[in-house]
Design a protein around this ligand. Sequence first.
Ligand code: PLP
Length: 374
Amino acid sequence: MTFQTYLSPPYLSGNEGRYLDEALASGWLVPMGPTVDRFEREFAAVIGAEHAVATASGTAALHLAMIAAGVGPGDEVIVPTLTFIATANPAVYLAARPVFLDCDAQSWNLDVGVLEDFLKSRAAVRRVPKALALVHLYGQTADLDSIVALCARYGVVLLEDAAEALGSTYRGRSPGLDGLAGVFSFNGNKIISTAGGGMLVTRSASVAALVRKLATQAREPALHYEHHVVGFNYRLSNLCAAVGSAQLETLAQRVQVRRQLFSRYAAALGNRPGVKFQEEMTWGTHTRWLTTLTIEPKRANVNRDDVIASLAKVGIESRPLWKPLHLQPVFRGAEYFGGGNAESLFRDGICLPSGPQVTDEVFEHVAAAFGQKV
Ligand SMILES: *Cc1c(COP(=O)(O)O)cnc(C)c1O
C-alpha cells in the first residue's frame, strides 16, 4: 500500500550532502573508514557511551550483542512480547529459544513483576535464562533500575534493544548503557536514519573489540586472511556513516518535534472517553518517536480499525501496535508468561503518524478520523 503521508518517514537534517561529498572525495567506498570512526565517536559522545561500534543494521548489532553475552544452542533468551520481531530473531539465529513475557499496562514495557516471578520459577528448577533482550518501546525507557537489579540477582545477562529509544532518558541517562551492550537502529523509520544501519554501545572494551572483529568476518591481525572463528559481514558503510553524522546533529530538535506533535494530539484527543495515550513514566523523557494510544471502542464510539481505514482513504498511514510475538505464527510453541496486557494493547492500540510530515492538514484528518473537529 502506498500513502502520501507515511507513519514515520526519514527526513534530512541539512549536512547530509556535504558529509557524503567529503566521504566520496576521500575514496573510502567501503564498509569502514574515517567517516565510520567519526560517527562512532560522535554517537558515543551524544549518549555517553564508552565504546560504540557501527553495524549494517540494528538487527546485526543485536545478533552480535547476543554472541557477546554467550547465548548459544538451547539457551533461553527473555524477550518482552510487545516488540518488533527483530528483538527475538537473533536468539533463533543462535539456536537459542526466546521466552516471551508480558508488558505492564502503564509503561507498555517489560512488566517487572512478571519478570521477577518468572526468574524465581526458573531459579527453583535451576534453569535460569542466559540473557534478557530488554526493549525500550516507542521511545520510552523500561524501568531499568529494577530490571538491572533482578538480572544481577539471578545472573542473567542484560542486553538493551534501544532501537526505538534514541534520545530518550531514564533518570537522566540514555538507555543502552546499563547492560552488557545496548543496540540502536538507523532504519528509515527510526528517529535518525542512515538508510539502514545500527550501533552497538558498551562499557566493556573487550566486548567492543570482540564485536568489531566478528562484524568484519572475524579477521585476525595478520597480513594474510587468518580466521579462528566464524564471523559476519556486519559493518556500516562509510557513506551511510556520513549521513548518520548529519542526522545525529539534529537529534534534540527531532525529539522536540515529536514531543510537540504528541502534545498537540493529546490536547485534541486526550479528553475523549475511551482514548488513552501511552503514559510518560516519571523516570524519564519519552521521545514520542511514535505517538501511540488505545481506543476502547464502546466508550470512544469509534474503533481502531475504522480510524486506520479512514486515514488510509485520505492517503495517511497509521498502524496497530506491535503484534505480541507469542501470537506470531513463527513463534508458535514458544513459552509465554504473563497476563493479557500486550494482547489488549494489540487489540485496541494505534500508532499515529509522527514527525514533521504531519502538517496542519494531516493533523486535521487524524482528528477527523476520531470524529473530532480542531
Ligand atoms: C527497528 C527495530 C529493530 C531492528 O533494527 P534494524 O536496524 O531495522 O535491523 C530492533 N528492535 C526494535 C524494537 C526495532 O523497532
